[in-house]
Design a binder for this molecule. Structure first.
Ligand code: PMV
Length: 367
């Protein structure tokens, strides 16, 4: 692929109207990124699965400003309504980008964003939102500077920009399994940007299913920003670095030889380690709910009795991701309906799977 320039709508006659839209997926980490330093650099490498349906679509339109520009001018709409809290956050983020994207000061920017999962589900959307924004910005950058990148350079640049907005967003610019962060077990890995993780052709991980069990849709009481900073003085900081490096190495080895029991064991260990770190930090990091623990116990019991390869992982919140494989989908869904939905808030769950990655979308709001 060359650039996305042909898909960016522009009006060269008046040199003022430019529009672009991208859909970017949420992702769920099996190896968790927790703790950061410098300019949004991770304390450890992570590995995640990009989802399919759980995603954000963002349209960005730009209008040339009159007069001399000296700060970012933007509006941000979420499901058609002005979303001031996020608008403020994006304005700060874009201001930090102006040294490398000076054109941002020359235009009034309007973002129109939608999530295709219920806002009430309590699912973090910063990764998909920031990735969609970054993809739009890099497309616009190409148009304005006239510098078309190769496909690889384009997504790498988008990953770097997304990372500056939210670390885990760096992984949402790719589909399938994605790693981010320097590690001796990940060839060509970098702290600056994420990369696709290559699977062998027979791996069942090409088609992973994820049922997200909504235990609580309330807003998290600890932001991930605060959580990351708590790691700086965490008493288990050194131990975590050793543990996560070992887990990543063991996981890549287990994936290479299709050891699905080991993949399950390492992923569950990572989820519980993240929460152990949260619970033992200098803040109220108890984010798990009693129903989260009921669900974990049920999943483990069902795995033992059924012999299926399902496992759980959990983000920095109470909701549980039940990961399983396409060939066992029916049995797992029946188990979920019978045993797990009673622990979910209003019986809510999202039935998703691994996805192909972001998609360029045509402009739909201004035609
Ligand atoms: O991207 P952030 O800053 O919201 O951090 C997210 C970290 C976890 O979701 C808890 C783990 C991960 O690797 O996604």
């Amino acid at each position: 692929m060359k650039s996305n320039l042909s898909s960016v709508k522009s009006n060269p006659g008046s040199n003022d109207g430019i529009q672009i839209g991208w859909n970017a997926p949420a992702n769920i980490a099996l190896i968790k990124y927790w703790g950061k330093h410098g300019n949004q650099l991770p304390d450890n490498a992570s590995l995640s699965i990009s989802l399919d349906k759980t995603s954000t679509t963002t349209f960005l339109s730009l209008q040339k400003k009159n007069g001399s520009p000296n700060d970012i001018t933007l509006e941000y709409f979420f499901h058609g309504e002005k979303f001031e809290k996020f608008e403020h956050k994006i304005a700060q983020f874009l201001t930090t980008l102006t040294p490398e994207m000076p054109f941002l000061l020359d235009y009034g920017l309007s973002f129109q964003s939608t999530n295709n999962f219920p806002h009430s589900a309590g699912i973090a959307s910063s990764a998909s939102s920031m990735a969609a924004i970054a993809l739009c910005l890099v497309s616009i950058e190409e148009l304005i500077t006239g510098n078309a990148r190769t496909k690889e350079e384009y997504f790498r640049r988008a990953s770097c920009i997304a990372r500056l907005g939210s670390g885990s967003a760096s992984r949402s610019v790719y589909g399938g399994l994605v790693s981010w962060g320097n590690s001796p077990v990940l060839p060509l890995s970098s702290d600056q940007f994420a990369s696709r993780f290559t699977l062998h052709s027979e791996s069942r991980l090409h088609r992973v299913r994820d049922i997200i069990l909504i235990v609580s849709s309330s807003e998290k009481k600890l932001s991930s920003r605060d959580g990351h900073s708590l790691m700086r003085s965490h008493p288990y900081r050194k131990g975590r670095k050793i543990q996560v490096a070992n887990n990543l190495k063991a996981l890549t080895e287990a994936i290479a030889i299709d050891n699905y029991r080991e993949i399950a064991a390492i992923s569950e260990n990572e989820a519980l380690s993240l929460h152990a770190l949260l619970m033992t930090s200098q803040a109220d990091g108890l984010l798990l709910q009693p129903d989260t623990l009921h669900i974990i116990r049920e999943i483990r019991q069902f795995r033992e009795s059924s012999g299926l390869d399902l496992f759980f992982t959990i983000d920095a919140g109470p909701n549980v991701h039940l990961i399983h494989y396409e060939d066992q989908q029916e049995q797992v869904l029946a188990f979920v309906k019978k045993k797990l939905l009673p622990y979910c808030e209003n019986g809510q769950y999202l039935d998703d799977q691994s996805g192909e990655g972001p998609k360029l979308v045509i402009n739909q709001f201004n035609d």
